[in-house]
Design a protein around this ligand. Structure first.
Ligand SMILES: Cc1cc2nc3c(=O)[nH]c(=O)nc-3n(C[C@H](O)[C@H](O)[C@H](O)COP(=O)(O)OP(=O)(O)OC[C@H]3O[C@@H](n4cnc5c(N)ncnc54)[C@H](O)[C@@H]3O)c2cc1C
Length: 452
């Protein structure tokens, strides 16, 4: 290796990390003086906007993951979990496993794009008993859980127990919660045909949201449209309500006053009997970031206008793990794939500027619009300055997200899955998958952070 070869190490193979690697590949891919390296826990990019459709069985599991080695071919890839980032020694250390030695990777420039994980706001019982919707494993496990509940309910003679099998509660009225609830209802309605004793009115999906509206960040009329559409589908929406516990049998909630943080008297607590709570009510940066030497706020890495970490020139932080305030609202940008990719482009340009002694540019974000689907053939979209709802919004969502899948083969596979779903019933085979492991430390954060 040439002595003065510059090594750029990207941590995280999500939307931010992959986009940054692809931009850097087009700039430095053939430059023998620059080496590109990526470290990530999974060897694929997970296309999260379609995750709820994997949970509902509409899309096959592997069709929404893209192997990093196929989409970032000029970047050296290490599959591993990052243990420590030492910005003084410019060293990243990976955890070892029974089969794998722990290694350290030196860098000249670093891009931290480690994303986020589910935030349970310190509620240990919720973390233990709830299902989540963040990883591919979550989606597969949830689908199997739903089928299992139908199987249990079909032959259950105790009416109270039967009802709790068929009640599903979704915590969070953001992108993930609303899209999951819509897909869940579609799966239940499709699968029900195979369970003769289960009727449509036996099925209940409830969305619980602490704020006075769902889909915060969307145009109010569109969010209202989405709410009404969900009600039409039979989904109940409880606003200004917070979940306080879930023991695996009962979700307890409390009604909130205007300010979601204000508790009110105990007489306003409620309980819903359910065996399945799906928690999408918040995210928080991963522990590697929280315990790093970088200055953080609410767990996110603080960055300057160039997306660089103050005090550590050549270290950039982007995506869900970075804190960048919207200059207009003075509030953090919502954690979305769109913003993660926009930041990745700026970080790549600023890395190039740093290496070539050019001027760096400030991050500016111009939204290309926002979209959400509400199950089959309905959605909302703000697109090219227009607010669109219903079938056309759903169609736009499908076209845009399909075009955003990085490889042709996965695009074709997803398209075929959608087409097959038009003609055939959902597969109701239940695969016995394990629930996620519990392995986190707790930290109570005081803010609901599910604004996509
Ligand atoms: C169900 C769902 C639906 C969504 N829908 C939309 C949508 O429609 N539109 C939209 O714009 N956004 C959507 N989002 C949000 C979007 O997925 C995130 O904002 C986006 O993924 C953030 O990108 P990122 O690169 O910062 O983080 P991530 O995509 O989370 O990537 C982080 C990467 O870092 C890796 N990593 C983390 N910790 C470690 C470690 N210690 N060691 C090694 N690797 C590690 C992870 O494995 C992952 O590969 C949705 C999210 C979910 C969960």
């Amino acid at each position: 290796m040439a002595r003065n070869k510059k090594k750029i190490v990207i941590l995280g193979g999500g939307f931010a990390g992959v986009e940054c690697a692809r931009q850097l590949e087009s700039e430095f891919g053939d430059d023998s003086e620059v080496e590109l390296v990526m470290v990530s826990e999974d060897n694929f990019l997970l296309f999260t906007p379609m995750l709820p459709q994997v949970a509902s069985g509409m899309i096959e599991t592997r069709h929404i993951v893209l192997p990093i080695r196929t989409i970032c071919q000029k970047t050296k890839f290490y599959e591993g979990r990052i243990k420590n980032i030492d910005p003084y020694g410019k060293l990243v250390t990976l955890w070892g496993t029974g089969d794998k030695r722990s290694i350290s990777i030196h860098y000249d420039f670093l891009v931290v794009a480690l994303g986020s994980e589910t935030n349970f706001f310190g509620m240990a019982d919720v973390e233990k008993n709830a299902y989540t919707m963040k990883t591919l494993n979550d989606a597969v496990v949830l689908r199997n859980r739903v089928i299992d509940m139908l199987e249990q309910a079909e032959n259950e003679t105790n009416p109270i127990l039967r009802k709790s099998f068929l009640n599903f509660v979704v915590a969070g009225g953001g992108f993930a919660g609303i899209e999951t609830a819509g897909e869940l209802m579609d799966l239940l309605l499709d699968a029900r045909k195979h369970y003769p004793t289960i009727h449509k009115e036996d099925l209940k999906v409830v969305v619980i949201e602490a704020l006075p509206m769902i889909l915060p960040g969307f145009n109010e009329k569109l969010a209202e449209f989405a709410k009404e559409k969900m009600k039409e589908k039979g989904i109940e929406i409880k606003l200004k309500t917070a979940i306080t516990s879930f023991d695996g049998n009962e979700v307890t909630t409390k009604t909130l006053d205007q300010n979601p943080k204000d508790p009110i008297d105990e007489s306003m607590t409620n309980a819903i009997r359910t065996k399945t709570l799906i928690w999408t009510a918040g995210i928080t940066p991963v522990n590697t970031i929280k315990r790093s030497m970088f200055k953080t706020d609410k767990g996110k890495v603080m960055i300057n206008d160039f997306l660089e970490v103050p005090g550590f020139p050549g270290v950039f932080a982007i995506g869900d793990c970075a804190l960048f305030l919207n200059p207009e609202t003075k509030r953090p940008f919502p954690p979305t794939a769109q913003i993660a990719e926009a930041q990745a482009k700026t970080a790549a340009k600023n890395l190039k500027a740093t290496i070539k002694n050019l001027e760096k540019e400030s991050f500016e974000y111009h939204s290309k619009g926002q979209m959400a689907i509400i199950g089959k053939r309905s959605g909302i979209a703000t697109f090219l300055g227009m607010n669109i709802s219903g079938f056309w919004a759903w169609l736009i969502w499908r076209n845009i997200y399909l075009s955003k899948i990085p490889t042709l083969d996965k695009r074709v596979r997803v398209f075929l899955d959608w087409t097959i779903d038009l003609f055939f019933d959902r597969d109701i085979s239940r695969l016995k998958m394990m629930k996620r492991e519990e392995k986190k430390e707790y930290k109570v954060l005081d803010e609901v952070d599910d604004v996509w």
